[in-house]
Ligand binder design. Structure first.
Ligand code: CDT
Length: 315
């Protein structure tokens, strides 16, 4: 069997005024706890180093650079890399990324992405993903009580949905992939990972408890249900494990739901957070469980019908 022990490190709120040092201290404590509970990899949420800053409007995005990381590790984040080495644990973390690179037109410029990385216990970044599905809006919306300015603060991710085969714990090489928050609601994103035989999907999220666009059509209690439904379906239909981890609780007056989960390839929830605070969830995953779906009902080579899916690629 190919067994790994995985942890999700849900974070309680990070207030706007909370400094990187304080946050990194919380993350290191969670890493230590995950190690004590036998985890070989720990998954932190989307934008895990700061408050969910896309709720704050800034006229000139260049004045918002302090929310992003321009190097990883940096002085502020080095303790995470040290802890990974000390506890022999890999970690996944989401953060705002600033990078100077050519855009699609070949022009070298400063760019902003909503990014996640998987860091091996040696401190090596073995996988990077930039969020593709950016929800919300670009301009200040006076109708909204809380802004959701992801389209202002980030460009659409330009790395596709990569899967790499990387050593994780005792299991040897594991096919790992990532999604970030809103991506989890898009079956196409899961399927692109599934087509690369992904075995473990790491996924961080920040989801407001209130849907400001709901107009009575999404009952409040369905918010968590829709998140779980998407993750469970993604894991089942692509025969993989998922570790989906929230930032939760009331952050700058805005409530984010928690209910982080670890899901198996049958779509079953193996572990779920019960608070909306810093909390670890842990599960033992036998990666051989991915084989059943992959070799039977979701044997893509045998049963997919791509000739009927053309519309999916139309604009
Ligand atoms: N962070 C993120 O992607 N959140 C979205 C909610 C956006 S509401 C405008 C989500 O799908 O959970």
């Amino acid at each position: 069997s190919r067994k790994i022990t995985v942890a999700g490190a849900q974070l309680g709120p990070i207030q706007k005024a909370e400094g990187r040092d304080e946050v990194v201290g919380r993350l290191v404590r969670l890493m230590e706890g995950a190690h004590r509970r036998g985890a070989e990899v720990v998954v932190f949420p989307e934008l895990a180093l700061t408050t969910f800053f896309p709720r704050w409007y800034e006229e000139d995005i260049n004045n918002a650079d302090h929310w992003y990381e321009s190097a990883l590790p940096s002085n502020a984040t080095a303790p995470l890399f040290d802890a990974a080495r000390r506890f022999n644990i890999g970690f996944h973390i989401g953060y705002g990324e600033i990078v100077h690179e050519p855009d699609e037109g070949g022009v070298q410029r400063k760019r902003h992405f909503n990014t996640a990385v998987y860091v091996h216990p040696t401190g090596e970044v073995v996988l990077k993903y930039r969020k593709v599905h950016l929800p919300g809006h670009r301009d200040f919306d006076p109708k909204r009580k809380v802004q959701h300015l992801e389209k202002r603060y980030f460009e659409v991710g330009n790395l596709g949905f990569p899967v790499v085969r990387a050593p994780v714990g005792q299991a040897g090489p594991v096919n790992i992939g990532m999604l970030i928050c809103n991506d989890r609601r898009w079956p196409e994103a899961w399927r692109v990972l599934g087509l690369q035989q992904v075995e473990l999907v790491m996924l961080g999220y920040n989801t407001p408890s209130t849907n400001q666009d709901a107009q009575g059509f999404e009952a409040h209690h369905l918010r968590v249900e829709h998140s779980h439904l998407s993750i469970r379906a993604g894991c089942y239909q692509n025969a993989c494990f998922g570790v989906a981890v929230a930032k939760a609780g009331t952050e700058d007056g805005c409530e984010l739901f928690g209910n982080s989960i670890i899901v198996n390839p049958q779509g079953q929830i193996m572990a779920e957070a019960v608070t909306w605070d810093d909390e670890l969830i842990v599960a033992d995953c036998d990666l051989e469980q991915c084989e059943l779906g992959r070799n039977s009902i979701f044997n893509f080579a045998a049963h997919r019908r791509t000739e009927a899916y053309g519309r999916i690629l139309e604009q």
